[in-house]
Write a protein that binds this ligand. Sequence first.
Ligand code: SIN
Length: 532
Amino acid sequence: MKVNTDFLVIGSGIAGLSYALKVAGSGSVAIITKREISETATNLAQGGIASVCAANDSFDAHVEDTMVAGAFLSNEEVVRLVVEGGPRAIEDLIAWGVQFTRNSDNSYDLTREGGHSQRRILHAADITGREVERALIEAVRKHPNIAVYEHHIAVDLITEGKVTRRRIRPDRCLGAYILDIGSNEVVTFGARFTILATGGAGKVYLYTCNPDVATGDGVAMAYRAGATIANMEFMQFHPTTLYHAHAKSFLVSEAVRGEGAILRRRDGTAFMEQYHPLKDLAPRDIVARAIDNEMKIHGDDCVFLDMTHREADYIRDRFPNIYETCLGYGIDMTTTPLPVVPAAHYLCGGVKVDHWGESDIANLYAIGEVSCTGLHGANRLASNSLLEGVVFGARAAMRTLERLGDVAETFPAIGPWDSGSATNSDEEVVVAHNWDEIRLCMWNYVGIVRSNKRLVRALRRIQMIQEEISDYYWDFYVTSDLIELRNIATVAELIVRCALERRESRGLHYTIDFPETDDLHWKRDTIIRKSF
Ligand code: SIN
């Protein structure tokens, strides 16, 4: 089966949906999403979206906070264009129906999070992402030019080089092979523009607050197709996820610390003042590393996030979702400090793109967490990610609309997916074992504190698993589990290779072998490309 479309959007979080809404007036849009449309990291975002709104705030201050949090690896030009695009992005979201929390005088309530010098985060109680996703899905569903393909997963990108079996530089993207999970058929999607909006890769680690869909599909596919990938060593660990046997790393928003919560040891001592002048509101890399250190030196399984000094009514009203969820696990946060641990949260690296979201494969764009735009540098500032998704969604829309007339409507003959001599597998358990092995290996050897020895060990194991996956991949029909396994293995390999390459510590990459920051040699991106 073959589908042709003008704009193929892979992923249904804030970046993909906002892009789709911007271009749908000018052509046909197909949105591909692996599960239900709302099953995205956006949907789980609690904190909010950073944008300069208050009279005492300024673009310069937001730029400075982003640069500091990013350990000065961010591209200042990109930081400025995202920060200055904030007010327009908020207007767009409001126009699409997003309802942010307001104060009694009808002004928008602004909260604070780590690394921000001002209150500048718009939010919808503590379920900002759910509200954004709700509004965007409603708008998308109403649009006659947008077709949504749920339970469809991208297998691989289709490029001119692949179709013609020639080495073409720069190559050109022509669409993607997409597995319809329901029918098990691989459908060929031809597209004038292909937009990766596949989100992050937290599932590469054993403990993550990301949804199950975060398997790095976009990065892995773009890498296989020959696109440049950058800064994969910078995986952000969120400092505070609930430590509870059944909580599956439930996120406790940084806004809780923004509104006064304090991190304490088991004996009740506050410890962040020993690590940073901003104490509990230090940038995330510093807080996560401090918690990791505290747990190691005291032999504890977790630390405690204490908000019991704030009025119970305030907590219930400001953080209804966190309050109810923790209560469901038997912990009343109005009276009891929450046990918390860090967990994998956000990939700062990804598919390297220009100021318009375009990769170095023509007509292939990457927006949102899958991309590396230069905004986050070595560590993302809290609540800058939803902002980046909308700003780059709009920029990619602007560029693709400008170029629509130049890109042919007819596609070269793209052959159907070739499943060769593949047969049905009766060994699905092998996929599950490989998956577990990668995630455990990444957690143990490529976590918050790294060393060369551990990274080399991790790389060896991952490469062995990749060999097994490769045999498996060509011998059996593809399934969504197998596609995701291949992708997490690729992303794990890229993280380790970038981490090994960076011979310094900066932001989220901390190695005991090179504990200092080395601006002279390493104030630059780590670049990685597939050799063909
Ligand atoms: C949070 O609510 O702490 C997450 C916000 C973010 O990652 O930007």
